[in-house]
Design a protein. Structure first.
Length: 192
């Protein structure tokens, strides 16, 4: 598994000089790494490029200059890097109506406890593994980190654009299947 390291990051002064163009580049890059699963769930597939950007932004916002502070952030983000032979994503449960936040989030309690999110690659399913600690009996976080472990056949089929690939969420009454566009598939294959 690749890991993030301090040597690949810029200090906050150097980062500030390039931030405008770098930020635009990352926003454009993420277009082919973001997928909406119905009205309330969005996933963004993460890798070294997207996570390095997040660390740079944290360093900038929090004015982090000490090696130990930066290393703490690197350790946090290394835990959500794509695993060897797999994919990693941040899943957001999004609610725009403030009055409905609690009730909509409550509807997702239990999502992380079962095989409710998966890639459908041809006739195979690759289930998400949710990071633990983001859900309790009575509440759930709006942000989750998930990983997908693919075998070689699944990787080959993901790369073969003649094959059908969907991402599916099937939890209680929240059921959505979205076809993964070719541009996203090519971006994801690069992570493998």
């Amino acid at each position: 598994m690749k890991t993030l390291n301090k040597e690949s990051l810029l200090d906050i002064i150097e980062y500030e000089k390039i931030r405008h163009d770098y930020r635009k580049e990352i926003i454009d890059y993420k277009i082919n790494r973001r997928i909406a699963l119905g009205p309330n769930v969005t996933m963004v597939f993460e890798n070294e490029k997207t996570l390095s950007f997040q660390i740079q932004e944290i360093m900038r916002a929090e004015r982090l200059v000490h090696d130990e502070q930066i290393q703490e952030e690197i350790q946090v983000y290394n835990s959500i890097m794509p695993p060897s032979g797999g994919l990693s994503a941040t899943l957001f449960i999004e609610i725009t109506d403030e009055k409905k936040i609690k009730s909509v989030l409550n509807d997702f309690i239990g999502l992380t406890n079962s095989d409710n999110l998966y890639f459908e690659i041809g006739d195979e399913k690759v289930f998400a593994r949710f990071e633990e600690g983001r859900e309790k009996e009575d509440k759930i976080s709006s942000v989750h980190y998930v990983q997908f472990y693919l075998n070689q056949n699944q990787k080959d089929r993901l790369a073969d654009l003649s094959q059908t690939v969907n991402i599916v969420i099937d939890y209680k009454n929240y059921v959505h299947s979205v076809s993964v566009k070719d541009e996203m598939r090519q971006s994801l294959v690069n992570d493998l």
